[in-house]
Write a protein that binds this ligand. Structure first.
Ligand code: AMP
Ligand code: GLY
Length: 424
């Protein structure tokens, strides 16, 4: 079997490792990959948005299945391109990827499908947007409609602050193209939950539910980031709640995507707010979460490759087996992250990290002399897997603390809500 993973972050390292575990003999390629994927796959030095060269590589290496990690190449039509050339690819079309790439689009789909989500308005005109803000209750949330690497949503305690954010996006062009359309929505109270579903457009196979930590600082303070850590499973995600998510969120959304002629296949990621057992959608993504993948994939116990392959070749969803263990990942971020990450610091990873710990590479590079260096905002993801949540948490946190580089930032409290709930 010849497999190609597109992407070069922690999510793709976790994907490569999950595929390698299931397929020890497969020829596995990763474009562009990173120093972590290099030990389990053949890295191809091709940027994720270079659609021509990815298509050429799929041809040249005789790839049987391509799995696309990040949203940007999907939104640019990588899956369409490969499918048009007769290749099996796991990931949505550009039209379906709009569910993530345009919040205005996803809000409209949810409205038509009757999916629970915050009341909102969509605007391109500054005056109209400011008028709308004036009529809303506080707090409220202002979002750039386009792709903004997890940083395009601003929770505003007051109408005044919301007005300023709207002005910066529609007036001053902060967020560039992504912010030319803004979505203004009501603030949702509750606890966040990420539900990742593998789908062929009709049926869904849910992966273990997970929870991200978006804020930079411990205690969920500081600016929003791409995600500073995650854990899975999450005890608030009872079988009843997940059934509700399936029936009220995932299936109606897929049905509406079918009806409007943009069927969605790939990973449908529902970013939810759970309030007294009721889910509302905060956002949809069209791919595995990052860092959610780094806790969800290590819990899978067989059947992933089969399911991805089956969906990609039009044969429907297959069941994926899940272990009863727990996983926690801690993100090590560069100095200056998220605004202005500083690259270049040398990284030291101890050779004697305990078993149960996997260090996924996200933003790293390897010098010719073998020195590993910081090469992005989120640098490494340290995942601990154990039978008990508290052991997974300890493994992740203590190992993260032992990895050193100048300016390292990390949260030692990943999973604090679960810890408070289950107390061990
Ligand atoms: P988004 O880019 O839509 O995923 O938003 C990023 C983060 O902002 C979310 O993960 C939430 O933490 C927060 N957020 C977004 N929308 C809302 C909302 N309506 N109510 C409360 N928090 C929100
Ligand atoms: N962890 C949030 C995301 O992948 O969008």
């Amino acid at each position: 079997m010849r497999l190609l993973v597109v992407g070069g972050g922690g999510r793709e390292h976790a994907l490569c490792l999950a595929l390698r575990r299931e397929n020890p003999d497969a020829e596995l390629y990763c474009a562009p990959g990173n120093p972590g994927t290099a030990s389990i796959a053949t890295n191809l030095p091709i940027a994720v948005d270079d659609l021509d060269r990815i298509a050429d590589a799929a041809d040249m290496y005789g790839i049987g299945l391509t799995i696309v990690g990040p949203e940007a190449p999907l939104a640019r039509g990588l899956a369409d391109r490969l499918r048009a050339e007769g290749r099996a690819v796991f990931g949505p079309s550009a039209a379906a990827a709009q569910l993530e790439a345009s919040k205005a689009f996803s809000k409209e789909v949810m409205r038509r499908a009757g999916v629970p989500t915050a009341a909102s308005g969509t605007f391109t005109d500054l005056g109209e947007a400011l008028g709308f803000v004036d009529r809303q209750e506080e707090p409220l949330v202002v979002k750039a409609s386009g792709l903004a690497a997890g940083k395009g949503a601003v929770v505003c305690p007051t109408r005044r602050e919301a007005g300023e954010v709207v002005r910066s996006m529609l007036g001053d062009g902060a967020f560039g193209e992504a912010g030319r359309v803004v979505v203004i929505e009501a603030f949702l109270a509750g606890e966040e939950l990420s539900v990742l579903a593998l789908t062929d457009g009709h049926d869904v196979e849910l992966l273990p539910p997970s929870q991200d930590h978006k804020r930079l600082l411990e205690g969920d303070r500081g600016p929003n980031t791409g995600g500073m850590g995650a854990y899975a499973p999450v005890s608030i995600a009872t079988p009843e709640l997940l059934e509700r998510v399936r029936e009220r969120v995932l299936l109606p959304t897929l049905g509406e995507m079918q009806r409007q002629g943009t069927p969605f296949e790939g990973v449908l990621y529902a970013g939810l707010m759970i309030d007294r057992g009721e889910p509302s959608v905060v956002e949809f993504n069209c791919r595995l979460g990052d860092p959610e993948a780094q806790v969800v994939l290590p819990l899978l116990d067989g059947g992933l490759t089969d399911c991805l392959e089956s969906i990609a070749s039009g044969r429907g969803v297959r069941r994926v087996r899940t272990s009863a263990r727990a996983a926690v990942t801690t993100v090590l971020a560069a100095a200056g992250y998220p605004d202005a990450p500083v690259k270049g610091a040398a990284i030291t990873i101890p050779a004697d990290l305990p078993s149960g710990v996997t260090v996924y590479h996200a933003g790293t590079r390897l010098d010719d002399d073998g020195t590993l260096r910081v090469n992005g905002g989120r640098v490494l993801n340290v995942t601990g897997v154990a039978d008990r949540f508290s052991d997974a948490q300890r493994l992740s946190r203590d190992s993260a603390a032992r990895i050193a580089f100048d300016g390292r930032q990390f949260r030692a409290d990943i999973g604090w809500r679960e810890r408070d709930r289950i107390g061990r």
